[in-house]
Design a protein around this ligand. Sequence first.
Ligand SMILES: N[C@@H](CCOP(=O)(O)O)C(=O)O
Length: 464
Amino acid sequence: MEYISTRGKVGSIGFIDAFMMGLANDGGLLIPKNIPVIPVETLQAWSKLSYTELVLELFSYFTNDEIPKEELKQLVEASYSTFRHPEVTPVTKLSDDLYLLELFHGPTFAFKDVALQFMGQFYSYVAKKKGVRINILGATSGDTGASAIEGVRGKDGIKICILHPHGKVSKVQELQMTTVQDDNVLNLSVDGNFDDCQRIIKELFADLEFKSANDLAAINSINFVRILAQIVYYFYAYFKVADNIGTTKVNFSVPTGNFGDIFAGYMAKRMGLPVGKLILATNENNILERFIKEGVYMPGDFRMTYSPSMDIQVASNFERYLYYVLGEDPELITKLMEQFKVEGEISIDGEALAKVQAEFAAHGVLGAECLATISSVKTDANYLLDPHSACGVAAAKACAAPNELTVSLATAHPAKFNEAIELCGIEQQYPEQIKALFDKEQRQTRIAGDKDAIAKAIEVFYKG
Ligand SMILES: N[C@@H](CCOP(=O)(O)O)C(=O)O
């Protein structure tokens, strides 16, 4: 498999080079040159595999044997040995036609661990194999940061700097990031919102001189390996709930901010997994819902919500989807992304919009509906959802037709978001690992949302 950029100016590169490049050097996003289609017989064989076996089979279509088989196996096994559930991402039944895919059994209690535990191992492997320094730079609205830090804390040859929006992540998310004392970790608490953090890191990655002088590497879902690792659990969940592998259709409802997780579902569908609807769940920051319903991609006013990880207006991975839905035309994507930068809007209509609407359904879940869903699922099924997962369930209920089988992604553990849970009048028990965070000392640097100030701070950290 070779990798190309959505903007057409990065030639075909290999798997490890794509991993190390992160954001494509032409400012676009890397994607596989072809999407492999998995035959039905292979799907049937895969349905009997354990989670780690499935990872290895699926990765083999993308990694070009650049990592010797036995070494990849060790990396994958080490990555998922940190999960608290033997199935890694188990599926649980909520009602006759609605299932939850529990993605929060990793070390930081959020779905991000599924990819970032692997990426931490993989960065460490590359650092040793190639003898290179790796300086990770990432932006987070709360979950990615903690998970990425956990994946590489204390690892030789790797430093990590994470930008989070000051005061706009949950208390537990903040503690998970800022109580880590390893010297290879820097947390910058940025005045602004997540979109500011993401814009700044993308500008720094796009400055190729700065990128190369500082050996920058990406852990956000601009890095295709994030998407790849997340594709696996769509297959795994499908195998758990489908009666007839290869013919039964299953919808997936996905709480979405940066469009990465649902884009992994889109890739799974393109790879031949019989996915029905991809249901996109947003909160009040509903740029993606408006795009799917009206074809207009234009940021609205930023809102703080009960589901802070989804408080995002400009979704990174949207460019990858746009590339596919508009006929894989890199010149058109370059033009549209330039236009978005200048005018702040992209619109599609006609056939393209019809195509989007055939692939996706969308539902924006406002605060009251989110809390009502947490309460009703707790009462009816004795299951405590976190506010992001509640958006997924609410969207599944709004968009799936009766008798359609739907898997809703439970993306985080409720203990990460007690602010919303206690508003529902529910008292929850924290897992020990989360309880312990409240007694630890925090380390973070408050900084203006200014690219130059941030560039200076990270340069000092990486060179120190
Ligand atoms: N929701 C994310 C935002 C960053 O998204 P990513 O897909 O690029 O990691 C978070 O919790 O940080």
